[in-house]
Design a protein around this ligand. Structure first.
Ligand code: GSH
Length: 229
């Protein structure tokens, strides 16, 4: 065992970003299920990382928060040669970081806004903030549709950290705002992402939890029961 521990939850989109990277990099990490609704676990976790967001990587006495930093840390310190999720060259690396930021800020954030609203009591829901989130997702889809023309992956020629960010962001976003028929490039990219072995493994690992996902009404039946689809 590597001694690395990842505090995570199987439904968390940001945790998926890292578990996909771990799989793609071929690194051995012990996954520690984190239940922030449990007061004792919550207190212990906040002692490790007072911001309280997951996932968190622990390597000995070092704690590493923030998904993009975790992935870069794993690649620099633990990955075997030949499996880079962030290219060595600064130009292509910037491109990967740009699209990683794009997915976190402009797909993950409005997707999470939909989930957060569903978790509120009905009389406290905020249709205006959901409409703003929907509008941002729609604009992001339009940008992606144009960017993905002629591309297999979102940055460069190979599966990268940006695709690790894209996979969970889009998996959950489309349950709230499905791509329109004119988003053919985006829809094909989503299919490629979901079929990538590292993404498929994370989906498989999380399958039993989908029944608890607040946006499950929009989740394709094939993710609940791949054999029956
Ligand atoms: N910028 C952070 C975002 C992490 C994040 O938003 N995690 C969510 C789960 S997907 C979380 O911890 N939510 C629990 C909470 O806010 O209490 C990262 O990249 O790690």
């Amino acid at each position: 065992m590597s001694g690395l521990v990842l505090h995570y939850h199987p439904l968390s989109s940001y945790c998926w970003k890292v578990t996909i990277a771990i799989d793609a990099l071929g690194i051995d990490v012990r996954k520690q299920l984190l239940d922030l609704a449990d007061p004792a676990q919550r207190d212990a976790y906040y002692a490790l990382w007072p911001i309280g967001k997951m996932p968190l990587l622990v390597d000995g006495d070092r704690t590493i928060p923030e998904t993009s930093i975790i992935i870069e840390y794993l690649q620099r310190h633990r990955a075997r040669p030949g499996r880079p999720l962030i290219p060595d060259d600064s130009g292509p690396a910037l491109d990967v970081r740009l699209w990683d930021r794009f997915f976190d800020h402009y797909v993950m954030t409005p997707m999470q806004a939909h989930t957060a609203d569903l978790l509120k009591p009905e009389d406290q829901r905020d249709p205006d903030s959901v409409a703003r989130a929907r509008d941002l997702l729609t604009r992001s889809y339009g940008i992606l549709e144009r960017h993905l023309e002629g591309r297999e992956w979102v940055a460069g020629d190979a599966f990268s950290m940006a695709d690790c960010a894209a996979a969970p962001a889009l998996f959950y976003a489309v349950t709230y705002v499905p791509p329109a028929p004119e988003h053919a490039n985006l829809s094909a990219y989503i299919e490629r992402l979901m079929a990538h072995p590292a993404v498929a493994a994370t989906i498989d690992h999380s399958r039993d939890w989908f029944k608890f996902y607040p946006g499950r009404a929009g989740l394709s039946r094939r993710y609940f029961d791949p054999a029956g689809a």
